[in-house]
Design a protein around this ligand. Structure first.
Ligand code: PEP
Ligand code: MG
Length: 758
């Protein structure tokens, strides 16, 4: 008995001969069924191909020849139709016992008990089925199934080359990919968008299945493995998950698979059997998919997902198709589809063409979402299996408000959506009309509404929204979009431009906050930071900046020079202990002294502040307060530390509500600690941009918010309807004797008062 590999190789060699012959496609198919029937010692071997949306028997050995081109099955009909529909393999000892079994008398198949079938796949869709049947009820061996899968790959190449099927036909026959669908996910950035699907990582089509030179294929796969491992090592050394901003757990799984000997061995065996590197990777992947389908365990399903990702990465490397859609030319109305993205990856996209983003993962405060919010691009997240339900170019309606995406919508859905979009535009126009209206509450309290920004293009939003200033300018965005550390003069230019555009309105510059999910490929810290297994709590922000003295000095000088003759508001991120503030300020003092010695024009005034993100600092605020002009509460980080819940971990994305007594009591305590001192307290995390959360914050005494520009108008409208004293009393009551559903209670409170808070 030959080894499975040499048996597979023999089949492929024979197939090669068949394919290379000058016979027409039909006679090649006839030869293939004979060949496979003999090799697997199977009484029946049949090939069904998709024609006009039906699976037609094209060739058979063992069934009645009269049935050829007569027997036709719909997708989903019978065993053949069902495995084509689900693109899965079936291996049954007793075919008739399967619920999908349907008997076709013209074929004479009633005497055959066992059945095994594999889909013939093109562009991830079944375009046909290869099936074997046997009189005796027996299950086929795994190696036999693998041989069938290999043959199916070769057939896919043959039928494409021979023009036996049309790719469009394949897609048309797959309801998963053709019918309208509504997917619901988590609303990450509100807004409505209409556009067409573009995959962040375009799919790979395998052109050649059979290898000309096995050794060359082996070398290709080896070097692709090396490259992939290198990439993964780099990601983990940067303590960042380059492609996705995902978390450590996934990275660990990636590593485990990347070094998994079983995986490499199986790919090598597939190459030994005569496949190209691409086909071998795909073959092994099919086998894994098949096995995983049989296991009903969500944890394993996640792992499967990771392995799919890694296999795709390997395929991209081996086929040299490594670019993302951002670099391949983008259509004008792109709805970007990805598992996850890093903020730098998103920034590579042209924001005029990017209309919406749908992610399989994602969480409200991950930086990619913050960037999208700043770009004004609606984002939906947490849609599992997303990439299997959408085709490149599909029309998609993204409803970021309700967390819904309509894929391939019907005309009536499109019309309803357009009507909603029109209403939303009207609402926007109403908000825009509030541009010059100051945000006073019903009882005459002035709320300061500022915007968060990070790029030059964000600054005009200040005038468009009529906001009071920029409460958080994330200076690291310039670092994220640059291929190398931005030189000091480039930093100065940006800060000066921002101040010029802002005019009289204040701008609060936050010194670089890199690390965490905002890592820079050119700024490595792995040796010093000990690997950072938990980057959000690791060597990031001020911790990193204080040790990269050159970086901090250059930025301090750039900020001081850009603010010559005006007010500089500067704040430091992630301050955990008072001495860190002192050390950071000392860097500014030294640069100031230097400029003074050079008789340069200095800022008229410098106001220093800290971001309150690390809970420990709250305990020391009274000590630090005399040195501060302002404190800005970064609720994104603060809440992740308060709850010990990674802000970019999709599994925790919905777990803790911001309308939570713990968070609100914590912030209330900070407000009380600083009461009576001349210190501005602002909330600049994403929380403040959400209506009910903003209400709650106002209710505990916050009067300054720095929010996403899109929320300024709605907030203005909302605040006009509020009596802060009444709200404060109510919040006091809810926080002193916490209600179980604060969100529900606040919603009811707002609705009763007809406060518009959408
Ligand atoms: C925050 O942590 O709330 C914050 C505003 O900073 P960033 O989101 O940039 O970490
Ligand atoms: Mg932060």
């Amino acid at each position: 008995m030959p080894s499975p590999v040499s048996a597979a190789r023999q089949i492929l060699t024979n197939l090669h001969e068949v394919m290379a012959s000058r016979n027409n496609a039909q006679s090649k198919l006839n030869q293939v069924v004979d060949l496979i029937g003999e090799s697997l010692d199977s009484e029946v071997c049949s090939i069904y191909l998709l024609r006009e949306g039906m699976l037609e028997l094209f060739a058979t050995r063992g069934l009645n020849q009269d049935a050829v081109h007569v027997t036709r099955l719909a997708i989903g009909e019978g065993l053949v139709g069902s495995l084509a529909e689900h693109v899965e393999t079936l291996n049954l000892a007793e075919a008739a016992a399967h619920p999908d079994f349907s008997y076709r008398p013209e074929t004479g198949e009633d005497k055959f008990h066992s059945f095994a079938g594999v889909p013939i796949v093109r562009m991830e869709r079944a375009v046909g089925v290869l099936a074997v049947q046997h009189v005796e009820p027996r299950r086929y061996e795994e190696v036999e199934i693998e041989a069938l899968q290999t043959v199916a790959m070769v057939l896919s190449e043959l039928i494409a080359n021979a023009g036996l099927i049309d790719d469009a036909d394949a897609v048309a026959a797959s309801p998963m990919l053709t019918d309208p669908r509504q997917l619901s996910g988590l609303s990450l950035v509100k807004g409505l968008a209409t556009g067409h699907a573009v995959f962040h990582q375009p799919r790979i089509t395998i052109e050649h299945v059979m290898a000309e030179d096995t050794e060359a294929e082996r070398a290709r796969v080896l070097s692709a493995f090396d490259k992939m491992r290198e990439q993964i090592e780099t990601m983990s050394n940067q303590a960042e998950f380059g492609v996705g901003g995902e978390h450590d757990e996934v990275l660990e799984t990636y590593k485990m698979f990347a070094y998994d000997e079983g995986w490499t061995r199986r790919i090598n065996e597939a190459i030994d059997s005569g496949l190209t590197a691409e086909a071998a990777i795909e073959r092994v992947q099919q086998r894994t998919r098949m096995r995983m389908r049989q296991i009903d365990d969500p944890l394993l399903a996640d792992r499967m997902h990771d392995l799919e990702d890694l296999a795709n990465r390997l395929l991209r490397i081996v086929s040299g198709q490594v670019s993302t859609a951002a670099r391949l030319g983008l259509r004008d109305d792109t709805i970007l589809i990805a598992r996850n993205l890093g903020p730098a990856e998103l920034l590579e996209y042209d924001r005029r063409r990017l209309k919406g983003v749908i992610l399989e993962e994602g969480s409200l405060t991950s930086h990619v979402v913050i960037v999208a919010r700043a770009m004004g691009v609606p984002v939906l997240g947490r849609i599992r299996g997303l990439r299997g339900m959408i085709r490149e170019g599909d029309l998609i309606l993204v409803d970021g408000a309700q967390g819904i995406a309509n894929i391939r919508p019907t005309q009536s859905v499109v019309e309803a959506f357009e009507a909603r979009s029109a209403r939303s535009r009207e609402r926007q126009a109403r908000y825009a009309a509030l541009r010059d209206v100051e945000p006073f509450t019903k009882d005459g309290e002035r709320i300061t509404l500022m915007i968060n920004a990070g790029l030059r293009d964000d600054v005009p939003m200040l005038n468009l929204t009529g906001a009071d200033g920029i409460g958080l300018f994330r200076t690291e965005f310039q670092f994220l979009v640059s291929a190398a550390l931005p030189q000091r003069d480039r930093q100065t230019r940006l800060y000066r431009d921002v101040l010029d555009t802002a005019g009289d309105k204040p701008v609060v510059f936050r010194t670089v906050d890199v690390g965490g999910d905002k890592s820079l490929p050119y700024l490595r810290g792995d040796e010093e930071n000990g690997g950072d297994e938990n980057p959000a709590m690791g060597w990031r922000a001020l911790r990193l900046a204080l040790e990269r003295e050159g970086l901090m000095k250059a930025q301090a000088r750039a900020l001081l020079e850009a603010s010559a003759g005006r007010t500089l508001n500067v704040m430091f991120p992630m301050v955990s202990e008072p001495w860190e503030f002192d050390a950071a300020k000392a860097v500014f003092d030294a640069q100031l002294a230097f400029l003074r010695s050079r008789r340069k024009v200095l800022p008229e005034q410098i106001r220093y502040g800290v971001m309150l993100e690390v809970p420990a600092l709250a305990e020391m605020l009274d000590v630090l307060a005399p040195k501060l002009s302002f404190v800005s509460i970064g609720t994104n980080d603060l809440t992740q530390f308060l709850f010990a819940a990674d802000r970019s971990n999709p599994k925790l994305a919905e777990r803790y509500d911001w309308l939570n007594p713990s968070i609100l009591r914590f912030i209330r305590r900070v407000v009380r600690t600083l009461a009576g001192q001349q210190i501005d307290i602002t909330v600049c995390g994403e929380m403040g941009g959400r209506p009910l959360e903003a209400l709650a914050l106002t209710g505990i005494g916050i009067r300054r918010l720095s929010i996403t520009p899109a929320s300024v108008g709605p907030h203005k409208a909302m605040f006009r309807k509020i009596d802060t004293r009444e709200l404060a009393e109510q919040m006091e009551q809810w926080l002193n004797e916490p209600v179980s559903d604060l969100r529900g209670a606040l919603t009811e409170w707002a609705d009763e008062r007809e406060i518009e808070w959408e």
